[in-house]
Write a protein that binds this ligand. Structure first.
Ligand code: UT7
Length: 312
């Protein structure tokens, strides 16, 4: 049997930091409101010349180094993003060119904030079917380019950045299970049109309620399907959208917040980049250690959602 495991991780955050106080100078809001309602203190914002591809490449270089992997060993590139630099060629092809990775399958995956978890599922299946030996999976987003900076309901939430993982074939299971799904009936509560200058539109309350009602069930199901209980879990690494959503999910699951990796406070919501960023930061902080059981979960525009259970 072939299995897939995480060989190394890396991340990148742009230098510019935008605090809640900075935002309060642009729109009618306060640090206190943002912190209390979202848990966010600051977020990183890409410079005008910095692209999604550049952030993806920076994170990928670190993941490759951490995995002791050379670019020419990579035989699959998947970039989860809803803010690519171009409709085509894909961000993945740009990353391939920038890192000098020889010809191999390379494509972008668009499942909004759930994109990285969808990517784990796709890469796992490429590897377990024998098609791929070493994959580069990246979540990279320039959300600052698509938010309406006049809209206090949304511009306070998002940030930019990238996270990357090298996933490789292994003899023992690393990725234990993935579950991904979507419900297009909710397509209008969170969307970004393709027309020039379009900005992200969201019915925050509706997204909030759906997330709070679903995420514990999603997490509970993937564990139960593997005959595991919440007690077996070392870390929950959730999509970083709102501290109240994360706290409600942890509470319903009976999981102490000490077992949740949180980066939301200083990253904001970086969409498909949020989970690989949180995973890499958790590893850098020596919280996440080899052999531990990790549960990744996300939800986003679509609505899409998904989870991945990983023995790291
Ligand atoms: O990756 C997935 C993407 N999205 C999400 O996960 C977002 C999910 N939703 C949320 O996180 C929350 O719904 C928000 C943080 C977006 C909003 O929080 P809320 O507690 O649902 O606030 P609300 O929309 O019900 O607004 C409450 C009040 C309103 O004023 P009135 O109508 O009660 O007078 C808003 O106008 O807060 C006002 N408000 C603000 N006030 C200060 C909305 N945004 C702001 C703001 N600063 N930035």
């Amino acid at each position: 049997m072939i299995f897939a495991k995480i060989a190394g991780t890396g991340s990148y955050l742009p230098k510019t930091i935008l605090s809640n106080a900075d935002l309060a100078e642009r729109v009618d809001t306060t640090h206190e409101w943002i912190l209390e309602r979202t848990g966010i203190v600051s977020r990183h914002i890409a410079s005008l010349s910095e692209t999604t591809t550049e952030m993806a490449v920076a994170a990928a270089k670190k993941a490759l180094a951490a995995a002791n992997t050379l670019p020419n060993e990579i035989d699959l590139i998947v970039v989860a993003t809803c803010t690519p630099d171009k409709n085509f060629p894909s961000t993945a092809c740009h990353v391939q060119q920038a890192l000098d990775i020889p010809p191999c399958p390379a494509f972008d995956l668009q499942a909004a904030c759930s994109g990285f978890v969808y990517g784990v599922s796709v890469v796992d299946q490429f590897i377990r079917s024998g098609h791929t030996k070493k994959a580069l999976l990246i979540g990279a987003e320039s959300m600052s380019r698509v938010v309406d900076w006049q809209d206090r309901r949304t511009c306070i939430l998002f940030g930019d950045g990238a996270g990357a993982v090298v996933i490789e074939a292994a003899e023992t299971p690393g990725i234990l299970a993935t579950q991904v799904s979507a419900d297009g009936r909710e397509k209008d509560i969170l969307f970004l049109d393709n027309s020039p200058g379009a900005t992200l539109q969201m019915q925050g309350n509706s997204v909030f309620k759906l997330a709070v009602n679903q995420l514990d069930k999603i997490a509970g199901k993937i564990l139960a399907d593997q005959n595991l209980t919440i007690a077996a879990l070392d870390w929950l690494i959730p999509h970083q959208a709102n501290i109240r959503i994360i706290q409600a999910t942890a509470e319903k699951l009976g999981l102490p917040m000490e077992k949740v990796i949180l980066t939301l406070d200083h990253h904001g919501n970086t969409s498909a980049a949020s989970i690989p960023l949180a995973l890499d930061i958790g590893i850098q902080q020596q919280k996440v250690k080899r052999g531990q059981l990790l549960l990744l979960e996300a939800f986003g525009g679509g609505l899409t959602w998904g989870s991945a259970l990983i023995r790291y």
